[in-house]
Write a protein that binds this ligand. Structure first.
Ligand SMILES: [Zn+2]
Ligand SMILES: [Zn+2]
Length: 369
């Protein structure tokens, strides 16, 4: 039985990693092994499946705990993941494990096989992430060839039974002391060979098409959110179901707002006059503006909260707040008259109105005792 790789090792994080660290490591790897980057090569695809499967378990605190404790979840560390094509779990028959080990995925003689899952990267704005959006996406997908109905054989001809495996799709090969069953190399497990290939698909049985899909992006998604669209992957074989489509979200950073979960943070500069006197100002929100009361005597760095103007959580239970961080801006230049006025202002200052400075002087005094 081949040893499954450690899930933490797959994501390159220590076992003590926080959920946020896990998420960040996952996003980084998912981008690195995305078909756009790897050119869709097989090794990259397998790696991506492995990463997705590992993250699928570790992102769920319950499953993660179970994995930490038992080294598995439900005895089937990978088969529960959305990329079910990866392997049959620990209880799979030897042939399947053997095939899985060599990266071919499980094949069952003559049985139905589900289609491959697909992944799509979708960039959305912070506003769309907050309010949800309908997005049209276009992606490449293999479809069963309509001309040969997937057989790969030209019209009027039939695929022939494979001579090497006599139609079983499997051959036995000596492997050390064992004789193991392997997928037939000549027909790649199909059991049949196409002698007169279909002209539309050149015998492959499937053709590359462009699929256009309207996707409902739910409010509250964040970078790293994965949206599953059931049955929009590639077609299955032998009557197997279609795979699924996974949409991996990436929220474009906003110029004004930083995001932390459901919370939005915006830094707003005001004058020291406004900070001292108090004011009501208009601050930007994701879809417009809101009024914000600045109390007299507001200090730089003060956080003022606008309730409900952040983002919703994905399940819609909660609406986050917009936090306005006050920056007090000292004028870059002043006129002669302003200088005189400020001088007069300073001369009339009462030290008791500066508690921070009083406290500071008190600390200095104490430290010298
Ligand atoms: Zn065809
Ligand atoms: Zn064969």
């Amino acid at each position: 039985m081949p040893q499954q790789r450690d899930l933490y090792e797959i994501l390159g994080v220590p076992r003590t990693a926080s959920q946020e660290e896990l998420r960040k490591a996952y996003i980084k790897l998912a981008h690195k092994y995305h078909p756009d980057k790897t050119g869709g090569d097989k090794a990259g695809e397998e790696k991506l499946k492995e990463i997705n499967a590992a993250y699928d378990i570790l992102k769920n605190p319950e499953k993660r705990q179970q994995y930490d404790q038992f080294g598995t979840t439900d005895g089937q560390p990978f088969s529960q993941g959305p990329f079910s094509g990866f392997g049959g779990g620990f209880d799979a028959p030897f042939e399947d494990v053997f095939d899985m080990f060599f990266g071919q995925g499980p094949r069952r003689r003559g049985g139905a096989r589900p289609g491959n899952d697909l992944e799509f990267h979708l960039n959305i704005s912070l506003k769309d992430a907050a309010f949800g959006a309908k997005k049209k996406i276009r992606f490449h997908r293999q479809e069963t060839c309509g001309d040969c109905k997937g057989s790969g054989a030209a019209a009027g001809s039939q695929p022939e039974s494979c001579s090497q495996c006599r139609g079983t799709g499997q051959v036995r090969v000596a492997h050390g002391f064992f004789s193991v069953t392997r997928t037939c190399p000549q027909c790649r497990g199909a059991g049949r060979i196409v002698t007169k290939p279909c002209r539309s698909c050149h015998g492959a049985g499937h053709v590359k098409t462009i699929r256009e899909l309207a996707v409902d992006v739910p409010a509250g998604v964040d970078t790293g959110s994965r949206l599953r669209v059931t049955g929009e992957g590639e077609p299955g074989a032998g009557g197997g179901p279609r795979g699924d489509l996974y949409i991996l979200m990436e929220v474009t950073p906003h110029e004004l707002f930083a995001r932390d979960g459901t919370m939005l943070l915006c830094e707003v500069p005001i004058t020291f006059y406004q900070a001292a006197m108090g004011d009501t100002i208009r601050v930007p929100t994701l879809d417009g503006e809101a009024e914000l009361k600045i109390p007299p005597g507001t200090q730089p760095g003060t956080h003022l909260r606008l309730r409900g103007l952040g983002l919703p959580d994905l399940r819609g239970y909660r609406q986050g707040d917009l936090i306005v961080k006050i920056l007090v801006e000292t004028p870059a230049r002043i006129t002669r008259r302003q200088r005189d006025l400020l001088k007069e202002f300073e001369d009339n200052n009462d030290p008791r109105n500066y508690p921070l400075q009083q406290e500071f002087r008190e600390k200095i005094r104490r430290s010298r005792e």
